[in-house]
Design a protein around this ligand. Structure first.
Ligand SMILES: Cc1cc2nc3c(=O)[nH]c(=O)nc-3n(C[C@H](O)[C@H](O)[C@H](O)COP(=O)(O)O)c2cc1C
Length: 164
């Protein structure tokens, strides 16, 4: 199965989930970097209001070509109840996402707010074939809880695509 796992992570939780998923399904990882380079304080003072406004960050890589993949996964931290500006930008940066099975996940302290619905909306906006969303708490990241559900969802997405 060829899976592209795109994620943004500032403090490592979303990266941990992305790396575990990549190990489980042999996916390729794309780490998206917010070029704002926030300090810990800056994430709250500047990043969180930008996330609430649904802004798009300047990111690296600026283009993410997923045309050669069968399934796309996007992971984001929750900032003030929303996906991060880097992930908003990552959706815009995707090339070849149209019609492709896609799964999204977020990590948070347990209050994801509008994040999951925003992620679904961005997938729909890019014409992806949205297969589901999985939310992880920081505790889940520590214990590994929820990983099986995410791995199953990604595996099922690929199988269903082949059957169609
Ligand atoms: C600026 C900022 C805003 C946050 N807002 C929320 C929030 O609204 N709800 C929540 O449950 N957690 C919130 N968190 C916690 C993060 O979502 C959580 O620690 C996440 O796992 C961080 O992902 P990362 O380690 O991949 O950067 C916030 C963290 C930061 C830095």
């Amino acid at each position: 199965m060829s899976v592209c796992i795109i994620y943004h992570s500032e403090t490592g939780n979303t990266r941990t989930v992305a790396e575990r998923l990549a190990a489980a399904i042999k996916g390729d990882l794309v780490a998206v970097r917010d070029l704002a380079g926030y300090s810990k304080m800056g994430m709250y003072l500047k990043g969180a209001p930008r996330a609430m406004r649904g802004e798009l960050a300047a990111i690296e890589p600026a283009t993410i070509n997923v045309a050669g993949y069968e399934v796309v996964v996007v992971g984001t931290p929750v900032w003030a109840g929303n996906p991060t500006p880097a992930v908003n930008a990552a959706f815009k940066a995707l090339v070849g996402i149209e019609g492709k099975p896609a799964v999204v996940f977020c990590t948070s302290r347990g209050m994801p707010g509008k994040t999951l619905e925003r992620l679904q909306a961005m997938l729909a906006g890019r014409g992806a074939d949205a297969r589901g969303v999985v939310g992880f708490t920081v505790r889940d990241v520590r214990t590994g809880e929820g990983m099986d559900a995410l791995v199953d969802l990604v595996r099922r997405s690929e199988k269903e695509r082949v059957v169609q």
